[in-house]
Each structure stands twice: as structure tokens, then as C-alpha cells.
Design a protein. Structure first.
Length: 425
């Protein structure tokens, strides 16, 4: 009985501590989001309930809006006017998230450097105070002072460096790795950042390029290895700019080119391309695209090429005064390669070797007809182990489905015998 009384007194003391911690919860916009704060309140409510007391729904909702920053004053007054059946912590949490997004858009309209996601909205007054305090520091008022000198004293007391990009402490925006990563991704994922800066085009220096020339009479390329269906030409010259400048044409063929576009890799095929080894640029004839039925539009330093049904195809971006298409050629050596038969056997889920030979002979597998298969009698170790360890089927075996629902685990051999008759028997 005495042990029970001690335990009861201990549980009441713990309950008192948990209730105090619940009402001391406060939203800190510099260190957490609204979603995290609501989650902390919900977890503390659960701990109090497990200790033997259930906090009323009204007190939970009031705790969520009890110590909010000044930007939320209007929302708090609106929530106070809700009906009793509508005033609950789930409704309050939803309104807090919506208000966060509104405040974020408002700050963007004010051209603030402080940017956050839809769930994170800091205190506007605190950010302005931080900015004014930093402008009063000696690093700004004294132009003769070395920016790298007395770095620790360049911030107000109790306030270290603060990043306006990711809203974290201990570093500024110039050293923010998230900002650097975003700038790198924008070179590929954003048209505006891709086409407007030399830095974005600096990423593509290692890529092969074609220049779109609307005045060119044909496609031109100086790389012999890019061609397929190549035909040599004799005593042929092409005019460059005027009649006084010529370039020797040594052949003609087709080129498959992979364009590194903002929406992924796009394959284009250039027909009847002249091989001109002495030219410094690879040219795409702009009129050929019009003849092929493609639609071309120019805007914001971007040449957009679309199909006749206005479906997007790819884009060329302006570099200096030229529109460039960057990418790499699809060489024949990549398309037609020599592959071991055992590799095809593994790629096709360990199907029998005679079946693979029939597939290759009948050209019934798309892409396999372009592969030069080396016939090798080497046996597959995985197939031998499977055949040696599996249980033989009983006589008059009837296939039964043993799974009862989707994604049930099934134990089976690598391949066969298949209970379903294939098209070839």
C-alpha cells in the first residue's frame, strides 16, 4: 500500500511537470516552422494523456495561437470569432499554414531578401531589426576596415551570422551551400537562368555544339566520326558569308545528335549534312526546320522549337549573339556493339540459351537485332545452382495461385517451368 502511494505521488508530480511544459511551448520562427511547432504541441498533448490527464480541445487550440509573432495578430482575432464547434487544434493548424504562405508572398512583394518555403515564416520585425543592427556595425561604417578582420566583432552581441537564403545561423548567404546548389541547378532547370548568363553556358563547355544559322544553305559539320551513311564528294566547295570565302566539302551524310535540353535529352536527326573539316563551327540550317514543319519562336534570349501541333521539341539558347544547341552525337560505335551471349541471358531473366538464339534469328526482340552476339558455351552458375537445389514437380502438377493479395511474397526459381503456355508453345 505504501509503494502504491509513492508511485501515485510520483505520477502526479510528473503530470504537473508535463502540464507546465505544455503551456510553456512557444513558436520560435527563427528555429522551426509552423508545422514543427504544431507537431511539438501534439506530442506534448500525447505525453500528458499518457500520464493520466487529457487536455481539453479548447486549451490545445488556444496554446497554438497563444504566443505567435506580431504578423499573426489579424489571424488570431479571426480565429477568436469562430464558432465553438469549429474552434479546434486541427482547424487552427490549417489556418496557420495558410497564413504562412500569405506572409511569404507579401514579403516577396516587398522585395525582401528573406525567402522561405510555405511552412516557414519568420518575424518581419526581427528581420528588419537584424538588418539595421548589422548596418550599424563597424564593418559597414568604416570603409577602410578589412572585411576579413575582426570578423567576430562585426555582429551585434548575441547575434552571429545569419543566412537570409536558408534562414539558418552560423553562416551568411555568401557561404550557403544550399544557395550554391540552387544556382547550379538553375543552369539546367530554369530557362531564364540558363540563357541569360555566361556562367550557365560555362557548364556546357565540354559539350559538343551546333550553331543555328538561318542564312545557311545546308547543315555543316567538321567532325568525321559523327556521320552515318557517309558518302564522299569530290571537287565540292561551299561559300562562306560572301563569294570570296569558300570551304572544301569532302562528304555528306546523316548525324544523330542528342540535345541537352532543359526538359531532358532530345534526339534529333540531321539529314544531308556536309562534312567540312576546315570549318570552325557546326551549323544547322534554320530553313530546314521550317521545311520540316517545325515552328520557331524567339523570346527572352531563347529560341523554342515546337512540332506542327505546338508540342514542345527543344530549345536553343543565346550565347553572345549566337543561338547554340549543346549536346553530344549518338555514334554508331555506341549503337552497334559486341555483347556476350551470357549477358543477354542474364538481362532476359535467365531464359534458356536456345530461346535467345531463336529470338536473335527471328528478329523478334526489338533492339537485339543490332547486337553482335558472341556465341559462348559457358554455363550459367546461377542456373546450375537453381536446378540443383529446387524441388522437382510432382506428377500431374496443377498450377495453383498461392498469393492472396497484392505484393504477397512469392518464392520461386530463377526461371521455369512456366505454367502459362507462351505464344511459341
Amino acid at each position: 500500500m505504501e509503494h502504491f502511494e509513492i508511485k501515485f505521488r510520483t505520477s502526479k508530480a510528473r503530470l504537473a511537470v508535463l502540464i507546465d511544459e505544455f503551456f510553456e511551448l512557444k513558436f520560435n520562427p527563427e528555429e522551426e516552422t509552423n508545422g514543427i511547432f504544431c507537431k511539438r504541441v501534439d506530442e506534448m498533448k500525447t505525453q500528458v494523456k499518457e500520464a493520466g490527464f487529457e487536455i481539453p480541445e479548447l486549451l490545445i487550440a488556444l496554446q497554438l495561437i497563444r504566443r505567435l509573432p506580431a504578423e499573426y495578430d489579424h489571424l488570431v482575432q479571426t480565429l477568436y470569432r469562430l464558432k465553438d464547434e469549429e474552434f479546434n487544434h486541427r482547424e487552427v493548424e490549417k489556418e496557420l499554414v495558410n497564413e504562412s504562405g500569405r506572409i511569404q508572398l507579401k514579403q516577396k512583394d516587398l522585395n525582401l531578401d528573406y525567402t522561405e518555403n510555405a511552412y516557414t515564416v519568420g518575424s518581419f520585425r526581427q528581420q528588419e531589426t537584424r538588418k539595421k543592427s548589422f548596418e550599424r556595425s563597424g564593418a559597414v561604417l568604416d570603409p577602410s576596415r578589412n572585411p576579413g578582420q575582426y570578423r567576430k566583432n562585426s555582429y551585434p552581441k548575441g547575434m552571429g551570422p545569419f543566412c537570409d537564403f536558408c534562414s539558418r545561423k552560423r553562416h551568411d548567404a555568401s557561404k550557403c551551400y544550399k544557395k550554391r546548389n540552387k544556382e547550379k541547378k538553375q543552369a539546367f532547370a530554369s530557362e531564364t537562368s540558363f540563357c541569360g548568363t555566361n556562367q550557365a553556358f560555362g557548364v556546357s563547355k565540354d559539350w559538343d555544339q551546333f550553331l543555328i544559322d538561318t542564312a545557311a544553305t545546308s547543315h555543316f559539320c567538321y567532325e568525321r566520326d559523327w556521320f552515318k551513311n557517309f558518302k564522299e564528294l569530290t571537287t565540292t566547295k561551299a561559300l562562306l558569308a560572301d563569294k570570296k570565302s569558300t570551304c572544301e566539302v569532302k562528304g555528306m551524310g546523316d548525324i544523330d545528335f542528342i540535345v541537352k535540353d532543359i526538359k531532358g535529352n532530345v534526339k534529333i536527326t540531321l539529314k544531308d549534312v556536309f562534312y567540312t573539316p576546315n570549318m570552325r563551327r557546326n551549323l544547322i540550317r534554320g530553313a530546314r526546320m521550317d521545311i520540316a514543319g517545325l515552328k520557331i519562336t524567339w523570346s527572352n534570349n531563347v529560341m523554342r522549337i515546337c512540332h506542327s501541333n505546338n508540342e514542345y521539341f527543344f530549345s536553343a539558347f543565346r550565347q553572345d549573339m549566337l543561338y547554340i544547341v549543346s549536346g553530344y552525337p549518338l555514334l554508331d560505335s555506341v549503337m552497334y556493339t559486341s555483347v556476350d551471349l551470357n549477358l543477354i541471358h542474364k538481362r532476359l531473366c535467365h531464359v534458356n540459351i536456345p530461346i535467345i538464339k531463336d529470338i536473335f534469328k527471328n528478329k523478334s526482340f526489338k533492339g537485339l537485332e543490332k547486337v553482335n552476339i558472341k556465341i559462348d558455351n559457358e554455363s550459367c552458375i546461377a542456373c546450375n545452382v537453381g536446378k540443383a537445389t529446387r524441388t522437382s514437380l510432382k506428377k500431374n502438377y496443377v498450377y495453383k495461385r498461392v498469393t492472396k493479395s497484392v505484393l504477397d511474397k512469392v518464392h520461386m526459381d530463377l526461371w521455369g517451368p512456366a505454367p502459362v503456355t507462351s505464344l511459341g508453345g
